[in-house]
Every structure is written in structure tokens, then in C-alpha cells.
Design a protein around this ligand. Structure first.
Ligand SMILES: [Zn+2]
Length: 135
């Protein structure tokens, strides 16, 4: 008997999402490796406190901040790949319902179904610095 890895998704679908996630993760890793500053970010758990660095140019700040977001994104993708391994992929972490296939097609690393994500994004505002920074 073949074991169904995740309820609601076929093995073929899961394999396809896995490929998508792996491709995306690779893309981000390649981007990050193009800079030594980003490499430091990718290695460390905590991003450097950029406000403490004297003489940091705006361009560098934007660059580092963007890479920091990429690193966080990469972690989300890695988590999704872990969920595939565990057979939990496609299940909302909040309500444990099946995440709509359409959503997974668009956001293959999605952790939550649409209603849960909407509720969470109200609570979790983006970091102040990302939001308020304007040239
Ligand atoms: Zn949910």
C-alpha cells in the first residue's frame, strides 16, 4: 500500500511543490552568495544592528535590509520543505485545515490558509524600519 504523504494533496502535487520550493531556495542562495555582507547575514542567526555601524551608506543599508528579508524568506522555504518531509505540507499551522491548492500554487511556502493568514497579518505588522524607510 502506498502511504499518502499529506491529506488532500497527491504525491505528484507534493513533488511539484517540492521542486518549486527547491528552485526558489536555490535562486535566493545564489543571490545571497553574490555578496560577502549577505553571506555573513545568511550564516548568522541575528542580523547585525545596522544603526550601530558608523558611515553606513543608504545604498548599503537598503542592500543589507533586502538581503535580510531574503534570508527570512529562505527560512520559510526551508520550513516548507521540512513539512514536506514530515508529511504536514499543505496543512494550515493555525487551524490545521487543508490550505487551498490555488494558494499553494501562488505561495508554495504558505504556512497558513487564507483566513488565518489574514488574521495573523493584522497582528504582525512589518518591522518599523522596513515600513517607514523612504530614500
Ligand atoms: Zn487556517
Amino acid at each position: 500500500m502506498t502511504k499518502i504523504a499529506s491529506k488532500g494533496l497527491t504525491k505528484t502535487q507534493i513533488n511539484r511543490f517540492k521542486k518549486m520550493l527547491e528552485t526558489k531556495a536555490l535562486e535566493i542562495r545564489v543571490n545571497l552568495q553574490s555578496s560577502s555582507a549577505a553571506k555573513a547575514l545568511a550564516r548568522g542567526d541575528e542580523p547585525p544592528d545596522l544603526e550601530e555601524l558608523p558611515g553606513q551608506s543608504h545604498e548599503e543599508w537598503i542592500f543589507l535590509n533586502r538581503n535580510n528579508i531574503e534570508v527570512m524568506f529562505l527560512r520559510e522555504i526551508d520550513e516548507a520543505l521540512d513539512r514536506i518531509e514530515d508529511g504536514d505540507y499543505g496543512t494550515c499551522l493555525e487551524c490545521e485545515k487543508q490550505i487551498a491548492l490555488k494558494r499553494l500554487e501562488a505561495v508554495s511556502w504558505a504556512r497558513y490558509c487564507v483566513p488565518c493568514q489574514e488574521e495573523l497579518s493584522v497582528e504582525q505588522e512589518p518591522p518599523e524600519r522596513v515600513r517607514s524607510y523612504r530614500g
